[in-house]
Design a protein around this ligand. Structure first.
Ligand code: PMV
Length: 325
């Protein structure tokens, strides 16, 4: 017997205040709270149905069969919550360069959380969906909501979830993603985080200053102060990457082209264009700017990068069902 199939769409989010360190590896509880912007351009569609004939979960990503171990771990949480013992057929299409630091795991687990819980007959609130998505990948808990989203770190499974700050923001901002490398990252975010928590001498300072950054950026978002939001986000990202460089053994996600983009953004700023960069666990650079200025910035980037490497995204929506049936 088959359950009804449910398909959910979730969009990626890019953190303006980064989550970088776990307090609990199993529950995925973060060391610090974080804040992100959900984007419209990058998303994952995931269909789930349960099938009594299956001997294990089956997972297809972009039509290719995948190893199911991580997905099965996540599905076991859903099965426990629903009191189900049946395996599932899961099929995902990623409209995001997988594992390239454009947060594909965020959209992937947010979409899976919604599709799987619906197919299992659970009617979860968005808060509980956020808690569930968190168990797949921390940043996924923020992709349940659109626009600006805060993940309060909490102290246990119940209290660690994301909430919207401004879901349908009408702010005229965008993010330009400069895709430098689509390859899988050398150091996973899981490993990178663990290493900085254990070995960076700056970790305590990071936690303190991130708390201040979070409070300040929320004020700046309310005031629609792009200069302030961008400055705080850029500085917060650099603090995260400074942790990596101060770890033992030290590491970095920057490639020469990442640094070239960072320098270009600084140059554009000196020419009066309000733009700021951020980088996650990969070499791609995301540039925050107004929609108005984006054409000028893209023109300058076009001198060095191909059209296909430059993607422009605006604030996007939270996770939702897109069932065809
Ligand atoms: O959710 P994860 O395990 O993929 O970690 C995401 C970490 C960063 O993207 C670097 C920061 C963030 O808050 O999204």
């Amino acid at each position: 017997m088959l359950s009804k199939a449910f398909t959910a769409r979730a969009h990626t989010n890019i953190a303006l205040i980064k989550y970088w360190g776990k307090k609990d590896q199993e529950l995925i509880l973060p060391m610090n709270s974080s804040l992100s912007l959900t984007l419209d351009h990058f998303y994952t569609d995931t269909e789930v149905y349960f099938d009594q004939a299956l001997k294990q979960d089956v997972f297809y990503l972009n039509e290719e069969k995948q190893n199911v171990s991580k997905v099965t771990q996540f599905m076991n949480i859903v099965r426990r919550q629903a009191g189900l013992k049946v395996f599932a057929h899961i099929s995902s299409t990623n409209h995001v360069p997988t594992m390239a630091g454009l947060a594909s795991s965020a959209s992937a687990y947010a979409a899976l959380a919604m599709a799987a819980s619906q197919a299992a007959g659970l009617q979860l609130s968005r808060r509980d969906l956020s808690r569930l998505a968190r168990r797949g990948s921390g940043s996924a808990c923020r992709s349940i909501y659109g626009g600006f989203v805060e993940w309060q770190r909490g102290h246990d499974d119940q209290s660690s979830f994301a909430s919207p700050i401004e879901e349908n923001t009408n702010w005229n901002i965008c993010m330009i993603a400069v895709v430098i490398d689509k390859a899988r990252k050398k150091i996973s975010s899981r490993l990178g985080m663990q290493r900085v928590v254990e070995t960076s001498p700056f970790y305590t300072a990071w936690m303190k200053s991130t708390e201040r950054d979070l409070a300040a950026i929320k004020e700046a978002i309310k005031k629609r102060d792009l200069k302030k939001v961008g400055t705080i986000a850029e500085e917060n990202a650099m603090k995260m990457h400074a942790l990596n460089m101060s770890a033992h053994p030290h590491f970095s996600y920057f490639e020469p082209a990442s640094i070239a983009v960072m320098h270009l953004v600084e140059l554009l700023r000196s020419e009066g264009i309000c733009c700021y960069y951020t980088l996650d666990a990969g070499p791609n650079v995301k540039i925050l700017c107004s929609v108005e200025d984006s054409t000028r910035i893209l023109d300058r980037l076009a001198a060095r990068f191909d059209k296909e490497q430059l993607l422009v995204a605006r604030p996007g929506p939270g996770v939702h069902l897109i069932n065809k049936k």
